[in-house]
Design a protein around this ligand. Sequence first.
Ligand code: UT7
Length: 331
Amino acid sequence: MPNTIRAAITAVGHYVPDTVMTNHDLEKLVETNDEWIRTRTGISERRILKQGATSDLAVPAVQMLLKNRGITAEELDVIIFATVTPDMFFPATACVLQEKIGAKKAWGFDISAACSGFVYALSLGSQLVQTGAYKKVLVVGADKMSSILDYTDRNTCILFGDAGAAVLLEPSADPSLGIIDHKLYSDGSGGDYLYMKGGGSLNPPSADTIANKMHYIYQDGKSVFKVAVVGMADVSAEIMARNGLTGADVDWLVPHQANLRIIDATADRMGLDKSKVMINIGRYGNTTAATIPLCLSEWWHEGKIKKGQNLVLASFGAGFTWGAVYVKWAY
Ligand code: UT7
């Protein structure tokens, strides 16, 4: 008997902090300017969580999701939390979140895949539902990037912001709708270009790691750009080809929001008009694991995603990690 269970996204939620940091605010901190940031990245402002941790970005996002779905946290079976800024190394932020929302019957764990964390987590979560083992899997992407940014480094501090977002996966009522396909990659040879070297077992925290700014994000932007622009476009084209999709079939590209130029290149490669691309990088910058679910939740709340539509989610990030997920929207 073939397995006919398919996982579907059945609710979405998001949270962005109130505090806005504009390009002009950054002009006061580093040698940069609004025009450079906008033309090179597409970013005008980002949000900063002043008090609290990454789990505090996730809590309101999940509460929004639960309210939308009309269920309580106690009904959740699994929590998968994608982040590179966990509250602590351990316990997992999934467990911290579990306690804060009261998901007493769930188990959970974190995924570290940087900007691809959400597509990794979504792919994995869909498998947990498809096997029939679990019925309500919460997939969270949240990052407090401001906690690992050096606000004297113009190469990085202009790029990132804080946000949390989540989706709920359940068995699809209609097996033709839901998470149809995914394709994930990683390439560890990319590790030298985007990292945070301090704090782990390689470089435990010390006066030296602090003096050498090893607890901050480092990025060789130009090198990452070159592979990201190819990687995200290639994997998007690949998932379209193997599902027989042309640009005309795709209703929405939901790209990781790292740089507007990377997003544009991906849309061009897919043969998509810009009107079919979810873009909010201008307001939030790169929120790492949160970018894709944040787009999904914003667009859904604005009534712009319709049942049956074809969505391609695509990401590229540190590791390197990259991937795409093909979703037929189910509600
Ligand atoms: O999300 C995870 C994956 N990450 C990405 O996908 C990010 C990929 N990389 C990028 O998005 C881009 O490489 C950046 C936005 C980070 C940088 O843009 P770029 O067009 O690659 O600029 P660049 O690093 O080549 O710098 C160009 C010039 C340099 O000056 P010179 O050497 O031409 O005189 C930089 O020093 O711009 C200068 N520059 C800046 N100027 C004003 C670099 N950063 C800044 C800045 N403000 N913030």
